[in-house]
Ligand binder design. Structure first.
Ligand SMILES: *Cc1c(COP(=O)(O)O)cnc(C)c1O
Length: 438
């Protein structure tokens, strides 16, 4: 039936083929090292396919503007409880549909146009949403950058404290997308609170490391709010959340998220986020530890093969990320594209010394090992990946030749780890239940 449908409708065939081919390409034939991505477990994916994707809910659980949501309400409360348990707070809101949306709501809750924000600078890895070019700018809030210390690859704490005391901003933001060492929440929060500013620490990249206990939880160190995506080191569906220490902040931001930034919050995410949270509760520690071990192992293996990995003097990284300076190998664009041809997927990235005009061809490559860790790879495989990268980037071997070895290597890692396991028969049963719940 399907073959006939596809042969009769070329547009349908194209849509179908692109989807299936992409899935095979990225799930089976490439080594995915994009630092902001991950894969869900089959159980989480199957529950994601539920009917809630068709439904509308506006407002908070049990106080909605639509009927028919009694199970959604309970599920949303449960999912928030599960995430709250992992983060050590009762105040978690899963309605932001992305990390950027969570930032928008948190920034808007505590500022008015014309107010000032002191932010971790782009050199410290800050996301565009924290800048005048992104959400902060859209809200009319003035961006004041904290000073950055390149020796520490971190915020210069003493200078940042002075700046906060001088500027007296309404909010201070921490966290980043290029993020190898934890930003110093404690001293920054003390300074911020002394001038009445709220601290919003954006943990989009490191949420999975926090719930796995290998990265400091900013809420325990004095941040008022964390904002996050739910699909980077935390391997859930694409989405966002915010969490607070205090109930009043939770309510304030909650009043902003709806109606200002989200009406319906893509309800099918809730089940998948909850399942992923439960998986992290059970396997998160082991997963997060392996992620950091793998990142360090890959960094070391790349460095000993002649690549410039930043911050060797401080052990390269404490997160899932490894940062390469490829200014000697033809810069970021060329290197990222050559690796793509070899089926090794990374992104080019600005490094602290790059100038704004370098944005199209920066000197860095950002690598994340969280997804390959989920596929079951350990330190030994990091050596092999480093060797593939070296062959392309240092030795100038033909990417097409390396690609064959990459695809062969990738075939050994077909099952997502650190998750609840179900049988293939049960997967089919669940799929049927979602499609035809008779
Ligand atoms: C990825 C990222 C975001 C944006 O998250 P989306 O879910 O893509 O909107 C926000 N902040 C930081 C630090 C990020 O790395």
């Amino acid at each position: 039936m399907l073959d006939e449908l596809l042969s009769k409708n070329p547009d349908l065939k194209q849509v179908f083929d692109l989807t299936v081919t992409h899935t095979k390409y990225r799930k089976r034939e490439t080594i995915n090292l994009i630092a902001s991505e991950n894969v869900m477990s089959p159980l989480a994916m199957l529950l994601y396919l539920n009917d809630m994707m068709h439904r509308y809910a506006e407002g908070k659980p049990f106080k909605r503007f639509y009927q028919g949501l009694k199970y959604v309400d309970e599920l949303e409360v449960k999912a928030s409880e599960i995430m709250g348990g992992l983060l050590g707070t009762k105040f978690v809101d899963l309605r932001p549909i992305s990390g950027t949306t969570a930032n928008a709501a948190a920034f808007r809750a505590f500022t008015k146009p014309g107010d000032k924000a002191v932010v971790a600078p782009v050199q410290a890895g800050a996301h565009v949403s924290h800048t005048r070019f992104g959400t902060l700018g859209a809200l009319g809030v003035e961006q004041v950058d904290m000073p950055f210390s390149i020796e520490e690859w971190n915020i210069d704490v003493d200078k940042a404290v002075k700046l906060i005391e001088e500027v007296k901003p309404r909010i201070v933001t921490l966290g980043g997308s290029l993020y190898i060492f934890p930003h110093p929440t404690k001293p920054i929060a003390e300074a911020a609170h002394s001038v009445g500013a709220k601290v919003i620490h954006d943990v989009a990249h490191v949420l999975g490391l926090i719930v796995g206990g290998v990265w400091p939880n900013p809420l325990a160190e004095g941040a008022d709010v964390i904002t996050s995506s739910t699909h980077k080191t935390f391997p859930g569906p694409q989405g966002g959340l915010f969490a607070t220490r205090l109930e009043e902040d939770y309510k304030e931001i909650g009043k902003v998220i709806f109606p200002m930034f989200v009406s319906n919050h893509h309800l099918h995410r809730l089940a998948a986020t909850a399942v992923t949270g439960l998986e992290m509760r059970e396997f998160g520690r082991e997963y997060a530890r392996q992620v950091v071990k793998n990142a360090k192992a890959l960094a070391q293996a790349l460095s000993s093969r002649g690549l410039k990995v930043v911050m060797e003097e401080k052990g390269f990284t404490e997160s899932h990320q490894v940062i390469l300076d490829v200014s000697k190998q033809g810069r970021g664009t060329k290197v990222a594209m050559a690796l793509e041809e070899a089926h090794i997927i990374v992104n080019k990235n600005m490094l602290p010394w790059d100038r704004p005009e370098d944005v199209k061809d920066p000197s860095g490559i950002r690598i994340g090992v969280q997804e390959v860790t989920r596929w079951g790879m350990k330190e030994g495989e990091m050596e092999e990946i480093a060797e593939f990268i070296k062959q392309v980037v240092v030795d100038g071997r033909s990417p097409a030749e390396v690609r064959k070895k990459v695809i062969e290597f990738r075939r050994n890692f077909l099952e997502v780890q650190y998750c609840f396991k179900i049988s293939r028969e049960e997967e089919v049963k669940l799929l049927k239940l979602m499609l035809h719940p008779d």
